[in-house]
Design a binder for this molecule. Structure first.
Ligand code: NAP
Length: 424
């Protein structure tokens, strides 16, 4: 699958503590952005972090501060098993540092797989966890939640995979060896999938977060059937309706297509700039939020739904999750399943007809039965049933991660997904 040309990175902007400065909102040049809107954006991104903390159920301890080179030697005391590799570590003062001799043990536990990294996807959780200090069990740590590469070797009992296989995975932050911003990544076998035949390393590297989150949100939490004959279902005159707020987000692009395949009519909310993209993915109705008031957007959604709204997801944040609850309130005649995938404040008043489902992607790693979601996603991609979001590849290896995450945070990517290439 083709990828976009390499992005040109702008110079870094850091504050005195070495953290990125919040860039002024330039992302919607056609719209006058008021100070209030900017504040809402900023505060919503802060509260998103709080939810991320809650949903990860992490007791944040004061980070242990050890020299990076000692770390895995302590865990796997025998020096003969230690390999040295490149890793982008988060240092004790929470800045990034590229280390060329970061240790990792060759020795794998039963059921583990070591993958040589060829491409790592960049996600909001990566910058948030560093900036707001969560999901970092100790320091130094290695972050990064999704990657694609080549199986380097497998632990005892692994039968489904072998050295040399081209694979992708989705990881959980609790194991430093599973951080994807390093050359060698160690994960459980059930989280590893062959790269679909029609994808390369770069495109496969975005399946682990956006693709899998959309798949599990719909199939596991919202109980939308995984196996459906969409052609039959689309004939039905009164189809169920699902609201996807944030239709152009990478996660939203997968969600729209999976819902449409299941015979569900999708109402997607996005900016005017991404309307064409969202329409091309099969959304039945696209509501552009640009230049509209919140009540106007809500009215438009409610009138398009015509009493058939049964599912909703929010992929933007606290402000839009609140608006989804208002839509649900206005559709009081139906019970509506709602997954606030980005963030919903625990102070929100949930209307009686809403059933809120908290999406916990750690389940994918902790519960091996969740492997079916990766398998099914792979199959749909191989069948050509799902279009992959456009991928922009950053060259420069792990040293490009920090600048790439700044672009993710700024949010001007208009539906593109950023991947760091480690293919030499
Ligand atoms: N719980 C989990 O495990 C989990 C997993 C994956 C993602 N997430 C969260 O889900 C969210 C989406 O992640 P992502 O990586 O898919 O996002 P992304 O691809 O980075 O999405 C960015 C897009 O959001 C759209 N957007 C911004 N404000 C909007 C608004 N008010 N209404 C509608 N769309 C808006 C923008 O497009 P427009 O030009 O169309 O506005 C922008 O291009 C993030 O908050 C992420 O942290 C959570």
């Amino acid at each position: 699958m083709a990828t976009e040309p390499v992005l040109t990175l702008e110079p870094r902007v850091k504050d005195s503590r070495g953290f990125w400065k919040q860039k002024r909102l330039e992302r919607k040049p056609l719209v006058a952005v008021s100070a209030v809107e900017i504040n809402q954006k900023e505060s919503s991104s802060v509260v998103e972090t709080v939810q991320d903390r809650q949903s990860e159920t992490l007791a944040v301890q004061s980070p242990a501060q050890k020299p990076a080179s000692q770390l895995d030697e302590e865990q796997y005391s025998s020096e003969e098993h230690i390999m040295r590799q490149n890793a982008l570590i988060i240092t004790p003062n929470r800045s990034y540092q590229l280390i060329t001799d970061f240790p990792v043990s060759r020795k794998l536990a039963p059921g583990e797989v070591m993958i040589r990294n060829k491409a790592a996807g960049l996600n909001h959780i990566d910058w948030k966890s560093v900036e707001y200090n969560f999901c970092l069990p100790e320091l130094p740590w290695v972050t990064g939640r999704e990657m694609a590469g080549v199986v380097e070797h497998v632990g005892p009992g692994v039968t489904r995979l072998k050295k040399g296989d081209h694979v992708w995975t989705s990881t959980y932050y609790r194991d430093r060896r599973a951080g994807c911003f390093q050359d060698l990544v160690v994960v459980p076998e059930h989280t590893v999938f062959s790269i679909p035949i029609n994808l390369d390393f770069h495109t496969a590297a975005i399946l682990g977060v956006a693709g899998l989150t959309a798949a599990m949100t719909l199939w596991k939490w919202l109980r939308i059937p995984m196996h459906t004959d969409s052609q039959d279902q689309q004939q039905e005159p009164e189809r169920e309706v699902m609201l996807v707020w944030g239709g152009s987000t990478a996660t939203g692009q997968f969600a729209i297509q999976l819902a449409e395949r299941a015979g569900i009519e999708v109402i997607a909310v996005c900016s005017e700039a991404t309307t064409q993209l969202v329409t091309s993915l099969g959304a039945t109705h696209v509501v552009a939020y640009t230049n509209k008031t919140d009540p106007q957007i809500i009215d438009e959604i409610v009138s398009l739904a015509r009493g058939r709204l049964t599912k909703a997801i929010d992929l933007v944040g606290a402000t839009t999750a609140k608006l989804v609850l208002q839509v649900i309130t206005a559709c009081s005649d139906t019970e509506i399943d709602f997954a606030p995938v980005a963030y919903m404040s625990s102070k929100e008043v949930v209307p009686p007809n809403a059933r809120v489902h908290i999406v916990e992607m750690k389940q994918f790693v902790m519960d091996s039965s969740c492997g079916i979601y990766g398998e099914r996603l792979n199959q749909l991609i191989e069948d050509g049933a799902i279009k992959i979001p456009t991928v922009s590849v950053l060259k420069g290896g792990l040293s490009a991660v920090e600048d790439g995450l700044r672009l993710v945070k700024e949010g001007n990517l208009a539906g593109r997904k950023l991947v760091v290439s480690l293919c030499h």
